[in-house]
Design a protein around this ligand. Structure first.
Ligand code: DGP
Length: 111
C-alpha cells in the first residue's frame, strides 16, 4: 500500500482540500512552490504508463479537478500541471498523481 492510499483511507493525515468518490486533492508535504497540490485518483494505478483506454474519463477528470483547485486557490497569474512518470521523471510514489504548482514564476525547461 502506498502512502497515498493511506491518505485516502485516513491512516495518515494530509491537508485535504478536495475529495469525491473518484479522487482526492491535498497539499504536498514537500512543496516546490507556494501552492503545491497533489490530485490523486482513488483507483490504485501506479503511473500514467500503466493506465488503459478505460481510464480516459478518470484522466480527464484529474485535469478538471486541477483546473477547479487552481481557481479555488486563486492561481490567477498561472500554474503548472505535472505528472512524473517513471525514474527519469523523478517519480517517487507509485500511485498516479497530478502535481498542481503555482503562486510563483516557474522556469522552463524544467530541471
Ligand atoms: P512524485 O515525485 O511525482 O512521485 O511526487 C510525489 C510527491 O508526493 C512529492 O512531491 C512529495 C509528496 N509526498 C510524499 N509523501 C507524502 C506524504 O506523506 N504526504 C503528502 N501530503 N505528500 C507526500
Amino acid at each position: 500500500m502506498t502512502i497515498f492510499e493511506k491518505i485516502i483511507t485516513r491512516e495518515i493525515p494530509a491537508k485535504i482540500i478536495w475529495e469525491d468518490d473518484d479522487a482526492i486533492a491535498f497539499h504536498d508535504v514537500d512543496p516546490q512552490a507556494p501552492v503545491h497540490v497533489l490530485i490523486v485518483p482513488k483507483k490504485a494505478v501506479a503511473r500514467l504508463a500503466d493506465t488503459t483506454d478505460e481510464d480516459a474519463s478518470l484522466l480527464g477528470k484529474l485535469l478538471l479537478i486541477a483546473r477547479d483547485v487552481a481557481k479555488q486557490l486563486e492561481l490567477n497569474s498561472g500554474y503548472r500541471v505535472v505528472i512524473n512518470c517513471g525514474p527519469d521523471a523523478g517519480e517517487s510514489v507509485p500511485h498516479l498523481h497530478v502535481h498542481l504548482l503555482g503562486k510563483r514564476a516557474l522556469a522552463w525547461p524544467p530541471g
